[in-house]
Ligand binder design. Structure first.
Ligand SMILES: NC(=O)c1ccc[n+]([C@@H]2O[C@H](COP(=O)([O-])OP(=O)(O)OC[C@H]3O[C@@H](n4cnc5c(N)ncnc54)[C@H](O)[C@@H]3O)[C@@H](O)[C@H]2O)c1
Ligand SMILES: O=C(O)C(=O)C[C@@H](O)[C@H](O)[C@H](O)COP(=O)(O)O
Ligand SMILES: [Zn+2]
Length: 362
C-alpha cells in the first residue's frame, strides 16, 4: 500500500492506494466522526462492494445507513441531492454524520456536494471504484451536479477527509469504463508531466492489460500530479484550470448529447484531441507532438472523432464553461507535451476549425 497526502494545511488528507483496502478498518477509522456513518452508492456498485464495506464498518462497531442512487450520469442532478438529504433526515442523521461515497465519479461528485450542504457541511470520505474516480475525481474536492444547460453547473469546493483507493474494485469494471479513465491519466502527462507521458507510451499495453505494477504506478502518479496542482491552487484561481484540458470541448459534447452517449473520459479524449489541434493551429504546439498525442489516445482505445452536431450547439455549451471570463471563452492549450497554458486570446474561427476538423464523417 502507498499513501500520498494532499497538502492543504488544515484540510490536508491522505490518499491510500492498494489492493484489498476496503477491508482495512484502520485506514477508515481516523476519517470518521463519532456520529452516524452513511454510505452513498448506486444500484451497480452497491451489490458488488457494499457487503465488504459494511463488514469493515461493523467490525468497527458502526452500522451504516445506506443510500442507493440510480446509476448514470443523467441522474447527476439536484434531484439526487434532495434524495440524499431526505434519507439522511429520515434516518435522524445529525451534524456528526460522515458520508462515504462508494462508487465512480458520479457518486463521488454527488456525495461530496451533499456533504458540503447537509446541515451546512458534514465530513465525507471518497471510496472510488472506477479508474477515472481513482485517478481524478476522488482527489481535489470539486463536487457538484449537472444542469441541462451545462455540466457541473452547480457545486462546491469541499475536500474529503480521506481517499481510499482499493485497486481490486477495478476487476469488475467494464472495459469501456476502464479506458475512459485512461483519458484523464493521459491528461496529466500532457499538462504537467512529460516523463509520465513517455511512461504511458512505453506501457500502454500493460496498462490496458491491468498489469498490477503498471496500474499501481499509474494511479499513484496521477494522484500525485493532481494533488500537486490542487495544493497550489485549491479553488481554481489560476493554475488549477489546467486540469480542465479538453473539458471545454468535452463537456459540450456530453451536454449536447444529453449526458448519456459519451462517457466523460471519451468526451475528454475527443476534447484533448481538439485542444491539441487548436494549439497547433495557433503555432503553440509542434505537429510531431500533436501526432504523438493522437497516437496515444488511439492506442488507449479512446475516440478522437466528435459527433457531427451543428457548431452553434458546441459553442452554446462552451460559452457557459466555468473558465469563461467577461463573456469570453478561455482554453487550456499545450505549448509542449507536459506544458499547458490558459488563454482567452483565441480567434473563434480557429476554434470552429478545430471542432469541424474532428467531426465524424469528415
Ligand atoms: N470532481 C472531479 O474532480 C471530477 C473529475 C473527473 C470527472 N468527474 C466526474 O466524474 C464522472 C465520471 O465518473 P466515472 O467515469 O467514474 O463514471 P460513473 O461514476 O458513472 O461510473 C461508471 C460506471 O461504472 C459503474 N461502476 C463503478 N465502479 C464499478 C466497479 N468497480 N465495477 C463495475 N462497475 C462499476 C458505475 O455504476 C457506472 O455505471 C462525471 O460526472 C465527471 O464529470 C469529476
Ligand atoms: O479537478 C479539477 O479541477 C478538474 O477540472 C478535473 C476534471 O477532470 C473534472 O472533470 C472536473 O469535474 C471538471 O470540472 P469543471 O469545473 O470544469 O466542471
Ligand atoms: Zn474530467
Amino acid at each position: 500500500m502507498r499513501t500520498l497526502t494532499v497538502e492543504l494545511g488544515p484540510r490536508a488528507y491522505p490518499i491510500h492506494i492498494g489492493a484489498g483496502l476496503l477491508c482495512r478498518p484502520e485506514l477508515l477509522e481516523p476519517a470518521l466522526g463519532k456520529g452516524p456513518v452513511a454510505v452513498v452508492t448506486n444500484t451497480t456498485v452497491g451489490p458488488l462492494y457494499l457487503p465488504t464495506l459494511r463488514e469493515t464498518l461493523q467490525a468497527m462497531g458502526r452500522e451504516p445507513v445506506v443510500i442507493e442512487l440510480p446509476d448514470g450520469e443523467q441522474y447527476k442532478t439536484l434531484a439526487a441531492i434532495e434524495q440524499i438529504v431526505d434519507q439522511l433526515l429520515a434516518h435522524g442523521c445529525d451534524r456528526s454524520t460522515t458520508l462515504l461515497a462508494l462508487g465512480g465519479g458520479v457518486v463521488g461528485d454527488i456525495t461530496g456536494f451533499a456533504a458540503s450542504v447537509y446541515q451546512r457541511g458534514v465530513p465525507f470520505v471518497q471510496i472510488p471504484t472506477t479508474l477515472l474516480a481513482q485517478v481524478d475525481s476522488s482527489v481535489g474536492g470539486k463536487t457538484g451536479v449537472n444542469h441541462p444547460r451545462g455540466k457541473n453547473m452547480i457545486g462546491t469546493f469541499y475536500q474529503p477527509r480521506a481517499v481510499l483507493i482499493d485497486t481490486d474494485t477495478l476487476k469488475t469494471l467494464p472495459e469501456r469504463e476502464y479506458r475512459s479513465g485512461i483519458a484523464e491519466v493521459i491528461k496529466y502527462g500532457l499538462i504537467v508531466d512529460q516523463g509520465f507521458f513517455n511512461y504511458l507510451e512505453d506501457n500502454m499495453d500493460a496498462l490496458l492489460a491491468q498489469e498490477p505494477g503498471v496500474l499501481a504506478h499509474v494511479i499513484e502518479q496521477s494522484c500525485a500530479d493532481k494533488a500537486w496542482v490542487v495544493a497550489k491552487d485549491e479553488t481554481e484561481g489560476g493554475l488549477r484550470a489546467i486540469l480542465n484540458l479538453g473539458h471545454t470541448f468535452g463537456h459540450a459534447i456530453e451536454a449536447a448529447t444529453g449526458y448519456g452517449t459519451y462517457l466523460h473520459g471519451e468526451a475528454v479524449a475527443i476534447g484533448m484531441a481538439m485542444a491539441a489541434d487548436l494549439s497547433r493551429r495557433l503555432d503553440l504546439l509542434r505537429e510531431s507532438e500533436q501526432s504523438a498525442i493522437y497516437r496515444l489516445i488511439k492506442r488507449a482505445g479512446l475516440p478522437t472523432a466528435a459527433p457531427a452536431l451543428p457548431v452553434a450547439d458546441y459553442l452554446r455549451y462552451m460559452r457557459v464553461d466555468k473558465k469563461a471570463q467577461e463573456g469570453r471563452m478561455r482554453f487550456v492549450l499545450l505549448t509542449a507535451i507536459g506544458e499547458a497554458t490558459i488563454t482567452g486570446d483565441v480567434p473563434e474561427a480557429a476554434v470552429i476549425e478545430a471542432i469541424q476538423s474532428h467531426m465524424e464523417g469528415r
